[in-house]
Design a protein around this ligand. Sequence first.
Ligand code: ISE
Length: 340
Amino acid sequence: MSVRIGIIGTGVMGADHARSLGKHVPGAILKAVYDADATRARIVAEETGAETVAASPAELIADQTIDAVLIAAPDGTHQELVLSCLAARKPVLCEKPLAPTPGECLDVIAAEQKLGKRLVQVGYMRRFDPSYVDMKAARRSGQLGQALMFHCFHRNVSAPAWFDAGMAVTNSAVHEFDIARWLLDDELTSVETFVPGTSQVAAGSPVFLVLSTAAGLLVTIEVFNNAGYGYDVRGELVCEKGTVSLRQPASIEANAALARTIAYPADWRPRFADAYRLQLQAWVQSLHAGTAHGANAWDGYAASAVAEAGVRSLAEGRQIRIELAERPALYSFSKSPNMS
Ligand code: ISE
């Protein structure tokens, strides 16, 4: 029996997930889609063979023929939609962030705790990226000694028109917050932001962040949303006895005009294609098995709490301590590779 999925939001990521479900994910069928732009929803439904274009998110969530929901609608709608899925007791994979503020994430945690069961997965897909998975395995092998620092670079070609200055932190660096917590098995406890060359942060300006973890490790992140040259995500883990770096997936390199070149993708979809596919496959497998996988609501909350502190640091120009609520037992640390 296939799991019947409904997708809310058929913009860039929702449409990508819809295509991927049909092509790469055995055991699932795309049953319905919804988008505030009905024409866009219809085009995706026609392309992917989804049977229904729902008239509203509420209709899609309530539909008895839909077993699980994938949310790829705008960030500000996530919390309400996830709460509706929980009220209907339907498993949900929600694109990052779980919600823009940590307070909203705590409401999701409270609702899930009432059910006593994890139904929410947050789409922090880098946890499924083979290069990060190998980096974590290298750290856990112990052969490099203790981890000391994790350096990250996150560059986009250009910031979208709807970006504001804080989104370098809340929309982009939030990926590094999640992956650093996951990679290091540790919580982030403080953040300080720096903006080179000016004290005025504009949308797309480079932002440099220095964070520390509960165990005293350092995490540095450069985010540059207007880097121009290509989509470029790098990471290096520095340990006592050596380092591990991410490698860009590339199927070819070209030789011409006295140069050897590897092309950069224009955005994150090609760079993280494997991660998105593996995340969807793992989600569908977990739906069949009735277990939970990937980033949970606590992880979503923690990343949003770090992001909120990062935005405060940008505004106040100083280091901000990150105070988390108490972690409920439902979200206890586990040692399996893609869970926190
Ligand atoms: C975007 O929303 C993403 O999630 C991408 O992975 C990230 O690179 C980009 O900066 C974000 O705007």
